[in-house]
Design a protein around this ligand. Structure first.
Ligand code: ATP
Length: 248
């Protein structure tokens, strides 16, 4: 299909813990379309973090492949890294650098010129409302502003694909809503967003499609609207609860 950006093919990820093998992903296959917001959903231990960290190339799969425009990303992982942005759940900013320096450092990593980096830092500081913290170190930031810094940093490379791991965890409703608006803006700019969240309201509002992982497999994949219609529920959260109860 013309619209397919990433093809995830037969991904398996096995961890060895002592003498035990933990099968975190078991033959995961699905496509990600250009410009969609696609959410990974599943109970604790379903394999969401494992899948997103493989997509970010933090570690390789045990077997299987990921194709970008038909070519394996593993042919040139560094090229693939240039088009992905990653916003991790745990803040991993550099504590001794200011907000501006953290963003600048991330930009330099991608090999942009000084001028390009400065322009991008200025744009993102403005867009993510970080002006008053520009010259401060990250420890002064509240949870919401820290999240904004992490998202801004993940956008320094001007990525085509953005992977957001729990972008609003622990934030007030109003800050969550602002971050939702940011995610919608990114989608409107054509960025493909892969979202992991435990907030079903967030997934319902933001996602074009939802991938439900269960014990390392894709249990179903569909739009929130179709899922709510098929399960005769008015909220995605109720669909999820029913599915989990069925599995139990
Ligand atoms: P959560 O919602 O709790 O974050 P998740 O859906 O993201 O869960 P994963 O963290 O991907 O799930 O874990 C999938 C399985 O792999 C679990 O059984 C987990 O214990 C196991 N696992 C994850 N990382 C490791 C690791 N580094 N070593 C061993 N086992 C691991």
């Amino acid at each position: 299909m013309e619209n397919v950006l990433l093809k995830i093919q037969n991904l398996k990820k096995y961890y060895t813990v002592g003498k035990r093998t933990v099968k975190a992903l078991e033959d995961v296959t699905f496509d990600i379309y250009k410009g969609e917001v696609i959410s990974l959903l599943g109970v604790n231990g379903a394999g969401k973090t494992t899948l997103s960290s493989i997509l970010v190339t933090l570690h390789p799969a045990t077997s299987g492949d990921i194709l970008l425009n038909g070519e394996s990303i593993y042919k040139d992982v560094n090229e693939f890294r240039k088009i992905i942005g990653y916003c991790p759940q745990k803040p991993n900013v550099i504590r001794d650098l200011t907000v501006e320096q953290n963003l600048t450092f991330a930009g330099m990593y991608y090999g942009f010129s000084k001028q390009e980096v400065k322009q991008r830092v200025d744009e993102l500081i403005k867009k993510y409302d970080l002006c008053k913290y520009r010259h401060m170190k990250p420890y002064v930031l509240s949870g919401g502003y820290m999240r904004r810094l992490l998202i801004a940093r993940s956008l320094m490379s001007n990525p085509k694909i953005l992977i957001l791991d729990e972008p609003t965890v622990g934030l007030d409703s109003n800050v969550r809503r602002k971050i939702w608006e940011n995610i919608k803006d990114l989608k409107n700019l054509g960025v493909t967003v892969i979202l992991t969240s435990h907030y079903l309201d967030e997934i319902e509002v933001l996602s074009d499609r939802v991938v439900l992982l269960h014990k390392g497999r894709v249990k179903l994949i569909d739009t929130p609207k179709n899922l709510m219609r098929d399960f005769k529920k008015s909220r995605l959260e109720d669909v999820f609860v029913q599915l989990i109860e069925e599995e139990a």
